[in-house]
Design a protein around this ligand. Structure first.
Ligand code: NAD
Length: 371
């Protein structure tokens, strides 16, 4: 009798990367990393800013085979001992923000992953590029188009990679949506409806301060709708029109609370989108074509992502954390030249251009603004 392992090997993929029901698609095979054994050459990464998202990435990276977490950058000395114990890291690979440039002389570090508040992404990307280290930077990549352009230029000049932490481009449900659209299974795309948001808690957090966050819900989670509408259509928006509803002007004095916008694409498709910091259970990406549809919901959070298409329920591997897929996938692109999904600095810049256009439209009372 043939074993499950024989069967999995026969259909041509690593068992751990296989979706539960469908076989690995060519599009996924191109970006989903091999998961065993541990790669000979690994991308050695330090996290910059050891906050809550960094902790999630570190946890996910325990299961990585091609990427390896080796250290961190923090302004809180107590975190060095805590992190090195918890994640088995060498204390020699920890730095203070002031010593950041010393990373240059550490041959055991290949890349920095910036998980700082949004307005700090620009400075640390430029500093990392100068040291000749690859940069993975969290979303939103910056707080302005100008900063994003400078980050791209700096990494190009230093000949290092700049990737944005767009984890969903390595996540199986999202990959399948993109594959179905690219293969023509959905036919001509007719419409996208997408929203993402949550009720923000602590009124004193940096996310509500413009100087650190750059903006509110739109920059933080609305960006998933922008990116999602782009990968759902395969097109770049040419105009937006947007409005903001502010029901709590005290808490959201400095940043946007709830934003609703439309994005127009060259084909004539209009994506209808919303984002919020003021309520929960708000997360979907629905793309409808002439021949079929894909509806992901939840679509953007840590999952498990769920979805259905015109063919029925989707069922893919949700056992791995998104950041495990992401970090092994990014390492595979950098070290082994695997084709990159849309995770580059240029892709981040496209989202920043849309964000700026949306804010312009809000300021202009909802007028159509070109992107
Ligand atoms: P956080 O507040 O938990 O962590 C921020 C870290 O930056 C902390 O360690 C803090 O000490 C440090 N820091 C350094 N200087 C600071 C300053 N001047 N003010 C405030 N903090 C400072 O935030 P987070 O939720 O981890 O978010 C960090 C980044 O990660 C953001 O850009 C966010 O958009 C991104 N993020 C991405 C995802 C994703 O799914 N891709 C999810 C959450 C957060």
């Amino acid at each position: 009798m043939k074993s499950r392992r024989d069967f999995l090997l026969k259909i041509g993929g690593s068992a751990l990367t296989l979706p539960l029901v469908s076989a690995l698609t060519p599009a996924q095979a191109a970006v989903l990393p091999e998961t065993s054994p541990v790669a000979d050459k690994q991308l050695r990464v330090v996290l910059v800013g050891l906050g809550s998202y960094a902790e999630r990435v570190a946890t996910a990276m325990k299961d990585c085979k091609i990427a390896k977490l080796v250290g961190g950058v923090t302004g809180t000395p107590e975190k060095v001992g805590k992190w090195s114990d918890k994640f088995g890291l060498d204390k020699a690979n920890f730095y203070d923000y002031k010593d950041f440039e010393k990373i240059k002389d550490n041959p055991n570090i290949d890349a920095v992953y910036i998980t700082l508040p949004n307005s700090m992404h620009h400075e640390y990307t430029l500093r990392a590029a100068k040291m000749g280290k690859h940069v993975i930077c969290e979303k939103p990549m910056s707080v302005s188009v100008k900063q994003a352009q400078e980050m791209i230029a700096a990494c190009k000049k230093a000949n290092v990679k700049l990737y944005i932490g767009y984890r969903l481009h390595f996540e199986p449900y999202t990959r399948e949506l993109i594959r179905m659209r690219e293969s023509g299974e959905l036919g001509k795309i007719m419409h996208v409806n997408t929203y993402d948001g949550f009720k923000s808690g602590n009124p004193n957090q940096w996310r509500l301060k413009k100087a650190l966050a750059g903006g509110g819900a739109l920059m933080d989670v609305g960006i998933y709708c922008i990116n999602g509408a782009r990968y759902a259509t395969g097109e770049e928006p040419i105009w937006v029109s947007a409005e903001e509803a502010k029901t709590d002007p005290v808490k959201f004095k400095e940043v946007d609370e709830t934003v609703t916008w439309q994005m127009g694409f060259p084909s004539g498709v209009i994506a209808s989108c919303s984002t919020t910091y003021n309520f929960n259970n708000f997360e979907r990406l629905y793309v409808i074509g002439e021949k079929g549809f894909v509806e992901l919901g939840p679509a953007f959070g840590y999952g498990p992502i769920k979805g259905r298409t015109h063919k029925g329920e989707m069922s893919w591997d949700t056992t791995k954390m998104h950041q495990t897929w992401q970090m092994d996938g990014m390492a595979d692109c950098i070290l082994n030249g695997k084709p990159e999904p849309n995770i580059s600095g240029e892709e981040g810049l496209k989202d920043m251009k849309v964000i700026e256009a949306i804010y312009k439209s809000i300021a202009a009372g909802g007028k159509k603004v070109p992107v």
